[in-house]
Design a protein around this ligand. Structure first.
Ligand code: SAH
Length: 361
């Protein structure tokens, strides 16, 4: 039955075809009376050839393409702005979704391949104190097609294969659990871009029940935990989510993920001068992490104008790292990239929001 809108006019909402996984698409295509092999062709057009319009799917009959166009839509992830760093091989993209929401993604080129950092939500409700993405709150969850669309758009733009994906842009992936897990499965599906799960990392602020759930999914992705505080009290000051799940529970969930997947956890730690870069932090972090098979990533905080947090100078950051290393922690300082192009999470989107108040950001 067609759905009815508030003005009681009849309209048919088109289905979001890129959010159907391979099996689901098969059922859809068979449901409209087409041969099963057609679904393989359509899936390939959408997820390998990255077609943006049904009319471009030239090995399908015109009638079939028209039928698809009537009932389905290819989610719009439209590039609004593209910044290229002059300092390092980093590019930043601002995309507009079909409802006017804006999201951002980053491309980082490395010797081993092209890595794309994607957003999992429009906005975020986690409220981490130093993060620009959370300032306007959560607008909505992204669909699998909108998460895939960011990777696809960047691959179309660069005409180069994306080899790695990190879910570290705006949003909390484990607050959009089902769509996020479906996205991972589709991104790594052999019928699609087939990006190895071992080349995918997702970062969470520590939503404990969903970390345990993720451990059971049989995935091989790397889980990164945003730690940011060396004790429960310090973590609470920077991350409101710590009021809901305490440090001990979060670490236990990390252990569970490692036990069940064999994947080593990455701990992320945004270094904030005078807040979490003190000698007692080295002591506490050593106590927590020494017994764990993990990697630690120090990220000197990227100051945002809405908050008064400062990054430690590089000498202090290096000292902090060296002390941890001496204590047996496997640790690196994340090299800053794209600092000339609104590099920090959510900054491009924030700047755009300030300049275009009429838009839904
Ligand atoms: N919601 C997920 C993904 C967020 S962004 C999470 O919390 O992990 C990825 C990482 O960047 C997180 O560790 C986040 O805390 C960190 N981050 C956000 N804003 C930052 C800033 N201004 N400076 C340094 N790190 C920041």
């Amino acid at each position: 039955m067609p759905e009815t809108d508030s003005t009681s006019q009849c309209f048919k909402r088109k289905k979001d075809i890129c959010s159907f996984d391979y099996e689901e698409l098969k059922k859809e295509i068979e449901g409209i009376g087409e041969q099963p092999y057609r679904s393989r062709q359509v899936y390939e057009w959408l997820h390998v050839k990255l077609a943006e319009r049904f009319e471009d799917m030239t090995n399908l009959s015109k009638k079939f393409r028209e039928k698809l166009d009537e009932d389905y839509e290819i989610a719009r992830v439209e590039m609004i702005e593209h910044q290229v760093s002059k300092k390092d091989p980093t590019e930043k993209f601002l995309f507009e979704l079909s409802d006017g929401n804006m999201i951002e993604s980053v491309l980082m080129k490395y010797s081993y391949g092209n890595s794309v950092c994607i957003s999992s939500q429009a906005g975020c409700r986690m409220g981490c104190r130093f993060c620009a993405s959370t300032i306007g709150g959560l607008k909505r969850n992204l669909t699998p097609s909108e998460m895939l669309g960011q990777v696809y758009q960047i691959q179309r733009q660069t005409k180069e294969r994306v080899s790695n994906v990190v879910v570290m842009g705006t949003g909390e992936p484990l607050d959009n659990y089902d769509n996020f897990v479906k996205f991972i499965r589709m991104l790594s599906d052999e019928h699609g871009l087939h990006i190895s799960q071992r080349n995918i990392t997702a970062s969470t602020c520590g939503i404990v029940p969903n970390m345990h759930r993720l451990a059971e999914e049989g995935l091989q992705i790397t889980l990164a935990l945003s730690l940011h505080g060396s004790t429960q009290e310090k973590r609470q000051k920077l991350m409101p989510v710590a009021n809901q799940y305490n440090l001990e529970e979060v670490l236990e969930a990390c252990d569970d993920y490692f036990r069940k997947t064999g994947r080593r956890i990455t701990f992320e730690y945004s270094l904030v001068a005078g807040v979490n870069d003190q000698p007692d932090d080295v002591r506490e972090l050593t106590r927590i992490l020494k017994k764990r098979n993990c990697h630690m990533n120090l990220i000197p905080v990227n100051p945002i104008k809405e908050r008064d947090y400062k990054k430690p100078d590089s000498k202090n950051a290096n000292e902090f790292k060296n002390k941890l290393e001496k204590n047996g922690i496997n640790v690196t300082i994340r090299k800053e990239r794209g600092s000339d192009i609104d590099g920090a999470c959510g900054q491009l989107r924030r700047r755009y929001a300030a300049a275009n108040v009429r838009r839904t950001i």
